[in-house]
Design a protein around this ligand. Sequence first.
Ligand code: ATP
Ligand code: MG
Ligand code: MG
Ligand code: MG
Length: 442
Amino acid sequence: MNAYQKANSKLYLSVRNRLTRIFQPINIVPKDAKRKNQEILSRSQRLMLELGIIRQANPGSFHFLPLGVRALDKLLHIVDEEMLKIGAQKVIFPTLTHSKLWKSTGRLEDFGSELFTLTDRHNQMYILSPTHEEAVSDLIASVSQISYKEFPLKLYQTTNKYRDEIKPRFGLMRGRQFLMKDLYSFDIDLESAKHTYDEVCDCYNAIFTKIGVPFHKVMGSVGAMGGSLSHEYHYKADIGEDQLMRCSDCGLHANIDLVGRDKCSNCNSTNVTISNGIEVGHTFLLGDKYSKALKANYLNEKKKPISLQMGSYGLGLSRILAAVVEVLSQEEEMRWPLALAPYTAIIIPPKEGSKEEEAGYHLTERVCSLLETLPCLENNILLDDRIHFTIGRRIIDARRVGYPFIIVIGSKCMEQMPLFELVDLRRNTSINLNEEQLLLYF
Ligand code: ATP
Ligand code: MG
Ligand code: MG
Ligand code: MG
């Protein structure tokens, strides 16, 4: 800590979250034209690297820095809340899955070189799991005598997944290690499995609605995962690596993997439009592909073992963070949906040595503690205590990181009825409010 930071650290001690206490290494990433290696960066990747949200460790793997973790925690909270509503139970499966499980479902070959594998000292081959259908089926198979009365069963986790992608790129968008929320459902027959599938799709709609960025649910192909029915959730963006087809005649919206791109697979119309999408979620009605291979059974009324009907549902949590930033941001300014912004509001007090400094100091402490009492702002106010910088400079920084609300305690704080400037980035407005009006704004 330098002398300056020391002096500052004595200020605003009553405020919980202060910018000088946050590890946020700022880092200028040259624009594409100036880059020596030809890798093209996506907007979200460049902004998140520059503004200390993430930092690259290896190709396709990243450190999440404190502001990034705050956004991620908010996303996890939304997911956990919605999972609870459908009675899904949180578990953690091991990262290592024995290769023999993958052999028995045929996926050791299907996944091929995308699998990260390793061999232990006993010459046993393991997989750094890219997904957990085998692991969860083996778990259920290991529990003998499960009665039909125990179903439907829904187990989910939020853990790192590992895939040796040919082309890791766009930062968190396509990592080789990434965070996925994966849910697996087990039912006693196809009809109830379809019911569970619909329920989980409704739950995913609720999650994406809470995140607050327009999303599209489209028909997907089951591919190597197998099963009979699949949907994908997408954010539309130019850099999206999937192509989506919408039929103007019958309304089908589908990944072109399912339908080709020239005509609609449902009604054969050529009246179709194509757009790019970022796949942020994927649901599968799997049937008994995994349960049969790995003997995940239940006992029916006559105590006869029957294969369970499964569903598998993935949400790319780290990809969602990059994708929402990609969709909402401007060229030089990051934007977050309100629900995921690392802090909802940032407060900028007067510069040290300015004539407003003293009045502003008391007002800042007061306003911070008042705003913290509002449920929507609790632990969500950040104070920019870099008072050696001008207010203007700190507003520029705050806009770049994209805190949805910027509250400036500036020249108008000396007036008899002190006024605060509130910059609302989502509405792109700036207004002066007194204390009461400020509190009512949230
Ligand atoms: P993609 O088509 O982009 O390769 P996928 O279809 O292989 O993705 P799934 O197996 O369906 O991915 O996994 C579920 C979710 O995990 C995806 O919808 C996506 O949001 C996320 N995901 C998949 N691969 C990655 C990755 N390499 N980096 C970040 N997120 C990923
Ligand atoms: Mg893939
Ligand atoms: Mg895909
Ligand atoms: Mg997929």
